[in-house]
Write a protein that binds this ligand. Structure first.
Ligand code: SF4
Length: 237
């Protein structure tokens, strides 16, 4: 699975659950605001963590944690993802998969096989600029991402759809269009995430101005069922 990071506890990454987070290396996107560039470009720079270590940790956390978030990087690129999630499920934990949505067939099959209880997915841009913002030339990318969201909505699978917002990448008009696209899929709640000015892929975003929390909240309040998650991971209004 190429596990290159492990967070033993989180209250914000698996909504309503106490969880830990497993981070896998490598990604097929190059989002400018990605704050895990070492996982994307150089996962080998981080210590390799074995699945046995995770399993051993979970055995000691039965009854204390509810679930495991499998995140990245992009987990759906990894061999052995399904086997790893099955191990987690057999230990009695819920699984939330964080995915960039580029691999809908694999993710939907895993849901059908009962390996995934919840999804986290970044909806990165309106369809007309999806490839540009993801820095990925994959064909039909926005359609692929939307197909996972639609599947989750239609099948009542919990899905946390969020968008990292930087003013240089997404205008107010872009955000309005994204809300329209998500509503067309039947999605209600959508979260705008504040840009996190840490070590990222595109340094120019650090120097460029972006929306303040107040501006983001004002944008969200002009759109249906849209809220803002601040840098602490807590919703703000
Ligand atoms: S999809 Fe996620 S992990 Fe991949 S480059 Fe974008 S923000 Fe980083």
């Amino acid at each position: 699975m190429n596990i290159r990071g492990f967070q033993k506890f989180t209250l914000v990454d698996f909504p309503g659950r106490m969880a830990c987070v497993v981070f896998v290396g490598e990604c097929n996107f190059r989002c400018g605001y990605c704050h895990n560039p070492c996982l994307v470009f150089d996962p080998e720079s981080q210590p390799l963590i074995s699945e046995d270590e995770i399993v051993s940790f979970l055995e000691k956390r039965k009854g204390k944690l509810d679930g495991v978030v499998v995140s990245g990087g992009e987990p759906s690129l990894r061999d052995g993802l399904e086997e790893f999630m099955l191990k987690i499920k057999r230990l009695g934990f819920l699984v939330k998969l964080d995915t960039n949505g580029s691999n809908p067939e694999r993710v939907i099959t895993a849901i059908r096989d009962g390996l995934i209880d919840a999804l986290g997915i970044d909806y990165k841009a309106p369809s007309y600029k999806y490839n540009e913002i993801a820095n990925c030339c994959a064909k039909d990318l926005s359609s692929k991402v939307r197909s996972i969201i639609k599947y989750a909505v239609d099948n009542d699978i919990f899905i946390d759809v969020r968008t990292t917002v930087h003013q240089r990448l997404l205008s107010r008009g872009d955000l309005t269009e994204m809300r329209t696209e998500l509503s067309a899929l039947g999605l209600r709640e959508w979260t705008l995430q504040q840009f996190n000015p840490v070590e990222i892929i595109d340094d120019e975003l650090l120097a460029a101005g972006t929306y303040s929390d107040t501006e983001l909240v004002e944008i969200a309040s002009s759109l249906p069922d849209t809220r803002v998650r601040g840098l602490s991971g807590i919703f703000i209004d």
